[in-house]
Ligand binder design. Structure first.
Ligand code: MV4
Length: 506
């Protein structure tokens, strides 16, 4: 069908652009980066074989300019474009325009993006194919009477969702019949202003669910495989913070059933590429289709770590029209992987995005550690783009091993210049409920309190300084390593230990 890809343009920036360039290098594919003016020295620009400036800082004037990107690809002699995630990755018009221009879009057919982008048409398709969906309306509700009737049938509480939505925007929980008229009107208004489309549909509100998603891989020959699940319940305001594979609530039997449903969803929309089917899983381990993400996802590395499969290479391979080189039986889940998203945000100021120069960036190293970062030491983090500038992924023999490795790795990070979400990730790794695997989508809301990661008080800072001074005196008296009576090792007085013991203030 398609031809081998020799030269690929990456229509993205940051860690994901670097990630894609790395795969291309291993495949012998020439890479072309595009960048905005302030990104001229960014890692993705330096890593690519060639790079072209496509405009000023605002995404709308650079990374979102479809015509400019396609023209750049043509001029640079590219035969394919990879959109990464975000930006143009789920824009059906872009996918089609790339193909119109005679190039390969390393992503699904535009039609599949369209069908899955409209949440009601996705629901209709899933119902037709026997994929379990949350009880509710098949299409948008057109009147308050219809809304009342449906809600009465499925039972309260219900959730109103925007057909053009996704990711939690424009949702309304309705607890009782008296409120549904008002809620419908406000949901429609919000949907209209957010998406230019006021269609709203109804689902039964699933109480205390977990968010579990299945990775699928589909080629152009009708092969659809599942690569296990990712547990994504640890999120804050619809932004995932920690993801892991496998999920503690998914056993082999449930994985097989969810995997079958997920590949059926991919088949139903004629999918070709890597894709993700999001499910809600309730307390009785019933699962319900939520939506399909028709792109490579931020958290794809945890699946790569436990399957050993390079998802970007597979995207390129199937985009070239080649069949997947393995079958479902070949796919094994081995060990456990966890990802922490490292964002330039001040956890102590309600996660306010922070900006500045990354004066020092020393990511952790060692066995089972993967640092996917998109900014290098000396680089600048600005307000123009997403605060997530790196991902830390660890692999361990089992979940406990992976959590311990993640704690160690988070502690090893040295980052100066911006505040990051590392202390928050560390908090999650220490939480008993996280360690027990006993959590749902409300984990952060339920357990996290801002005062847990507060700045140290003046008294605590003085105490830390005094402790450092006295332990240094002890160390000198002892001529090096401090030994207490009975040859017990004393508490370490390294700056590292003090930093973590007394609140992490620099
Ligand atoms: C739900 C739900 C409960 N019941 N649907 C939020 C984002 C969007 N993808 C769907 N979302 C939800 N849909 C029903 N019928 C709860 C959520 C939800 C959620 C889902 C996944 C991860 C985090 C979440 C946080 C709040 C609400």
């Amino acid at each position: 069908m398609n031809a081998p890809i020799r030269s690929l343009l990456i229509a993205n920036r940051g860690e994901i652009a670097v990630r894609i360039i790395r795969a291309c290098k291993e495949l012998g594919i020439r890479t072309v980066a595009v960048y905005s003016e302030p990104d001229i020295n960014a890692p993705h620009v330096l890593a690519a074989d060639e790079a072209f400036c496509i405009g000023p800082a605002p995404s709308s004037e650079s990374y979102l300019r479809m015509a400019a990107i396609i023209e750049t690809a043509r001029a640079a002699g590219c035969d394919a474009i990879h959109p990464g995630y975000g930006f143009l990755s789920e824009n059906a018009a872009f996918a089609k325009a790339v193909v119109e221009a005679g190039m390969i879009f390393v992503g699904p057919p535009g039609r599949a993006i369209e069908v899955m982008g409209d949440k009601t048409s996705a629901r209709t398709l899933m119902i037709q194919r026997g994929v379990p969906v949350v009880p509710g309306t098949e299409s948008a509700v057109t009147s308050v009477e219809e809304a009342e009737r449906t809600a009465g049938e499925v039972g309260y509480p219900v959730l109103l969702k925007a057909a053009a939505g996704g990711g939690g925007k424009g949702m309304r929980v309705v607890e009782n019949p008296a409120d549904i008229g008002k809620a419908l009107e406000s949901a429609q208004n919000e949907a209209r202003s957010a998406f230019g489309d006021d269609r709203v549909y109804i689902e039964k509100f699933v109480v205390q669910p977990r968010h579990v998603e299945i990775q699928v891989l589909s080629d152009a020959h009708g092969n659809h495989l599942y690569l296990g699940e990712r547990e994504c319940s640890i999120q804050r305001r619809h932004q995932k913070v920690v993801e892991e594979a496998p999920s503690v609530i998914v056993d082999d039997e449930l994985r097989a059933r969810m995997g079958k449903a997920a590949t059926e969803a991919a088949r139903a929309c004629g999918y070709v590429n890597a894709g993700t089917i999001e499910f809600l899983v309730d307390g009785d381990r019933n699962f319900y289709f939520l939506e399909m993400n028709t792109r490579l996802q931020v958290e794809h590395p945890v699946t790569e770590m436990v399957t050993g499969i390079d998802l970007v290479k597979m995207q390129i391979l199937v985009a070239e029209g080649r069949p997947l080189p393995f079958t479902q039986e070949d796919i094994r889940i081995r060990g456990h992987a966890i990802e922490c998203r490292i964002c330039a945000e001040d956890v102590r100021s309600n996660f306010l995005p922070d900006t500045g120069v990354l004066a020092r960036y020393r990511p952790p190293q060692g066995f089972g550690i993967r640092d996917d970062s998109g900014v290098a030491e000396g680089g600048e983090i600005s307000i123009h783009y997403d605060p997530m500038f790196a991902k830390l992924i660890v692999w361990g023999m089992d979940r406990k091993d992976a959590i311990r490795k993640m704690r160690r790795a988070l502690d090893e990070y040295v980052i100066d210049g911006v505040e990051t979400t590392i202390p928050f990730c560390r908090y999650v790794m220490d939480h008993p409920k996280f360690n027990e695997g006993d959590f749902q989508i409300d984990f952060v809301q339920k357990y996290y309190r801002p005062e847990y990661l507060r700045r140290p008080t003046e008294d605590e800072k003085i105490a830390a300084v005094l402790a450092a001074v006295f332990s240094e005196e002890e160390r000198e008296k002892a001529g090096g390593t401090v030994r207490e009576s009975g040859d017990r090792p004393a508490r370490s007085c390294s700056p590292w230990a003090l930093r973590h013991r007394y609140g992490g203030e620099r």
